[in-house]
Design a protein around this ligand. Structure first.
Ligand code: ZN
Length: 242
């Protein structure tokens, strides 16, 4: 095979593999991000449960204050009861007492209800805190794994960079410029194989003359449709040469 073509294939393979490293690193970071996001969401939930508990406690306090007021009122009613002079006054006082007692039992029910709700919220809080703890432990583990993975990816990338640089050291300048021109628009598919007599860049059939040149591999051949550099794909045998 033409030496320049061989170099082009090698360079293109290095470039393709180099451009695959960033998505690989992104993938690793995304893995960690999922855990961090879950932990953040748990923190938000924990905060809102704290606020809900505070609100329940302040409602409970209000009811307690109300109870104290009602107790004072009932004491006053009891005092007045002794000073009552007629039936009308007595009835009015009894009604007042009845209402105050109803309010007392309602306030007590409310306090009981708030206490139950608070217990439930505190259970929920505990559960969320446990989850957060687990999540934070997982984050630590995942972070170590992800850091190792990224380090390995970077190591691989450096190896490819070194090989690429080594190749570029002895690369024909004209051929390189030619390649880079195509690469500008074709990105990682500047140099593509021909499979089943089709360009694997634009997927168009190539004519017999171009095809036989590709099979021979003596020249650098461009796809007549898209301009990419072509080489013989692995499955392509010399059968059509006959
Ligand atoms: Zn093409």
């Amino acid at each position: 095979m033409n030496k320049y073509l061989q170099d082009l294939i090698a360079l293109s393979k290095y470039d393709t593999s180099i451009s695959q490293f960033d998505p690989k690193i992104e993938n690793q970071r995304a893995k960690l991000a999922v855990f961090v996001e879950t932990a953040e969401a748990l923190k938000v939930s924990i905060n809102s449960v704290y606020l809900e508990i505070d609100e329940l406690k302040s409602k409970r306090t209000k009811n307690n204050i109300h109870l104290a007021e009602l107790k004072t009122k009932l004491d006053q009613i009891a005092k007045k009861n002794k000073e009552v002079t007629n039936e009308k006054e007595l009835k009015a006082l009894q009604l007042e007492e009845e209402i105050a007692k109803e309010q007392v039992s309602f306030a007590n029910e409310e306090i009981e209800r708030f206490d139950k709700l608070t217990v439930a919220k505190e259970d929920k809080l505990k559960e969320l805190q446990e989850k957060l703890k687990t999540e934070e432990e997982d984050i630590k583990e995942v972070k170590v794994a992800v850091d190792n993975e990224i380090e390995a990816i970077n190591k691989d990338r450096n190896i490819v960079y070194d090989k690429r640089n080594e190749l570029l050291g002895q690369f024909d300048k004209k051929i390189l410029t030619f390649y880079e021109k195509i690469k500008r628009w074709a990105k990682d598919t500047a140099v593509v194989p021909v499979k089943q007599q089709a360009c694997y860049g634009c997927f168009m059939k190539i004519n017999d003359k171009t095809y036989s040149e590709v099979i021979k591999g003596e020249e650098i051949v461009n796809c007549l449709h898209c301009g990419r550099i072509l080489y013989k794909g692995e499955e392509e045998t010399t059968a059509t040469e006959a």
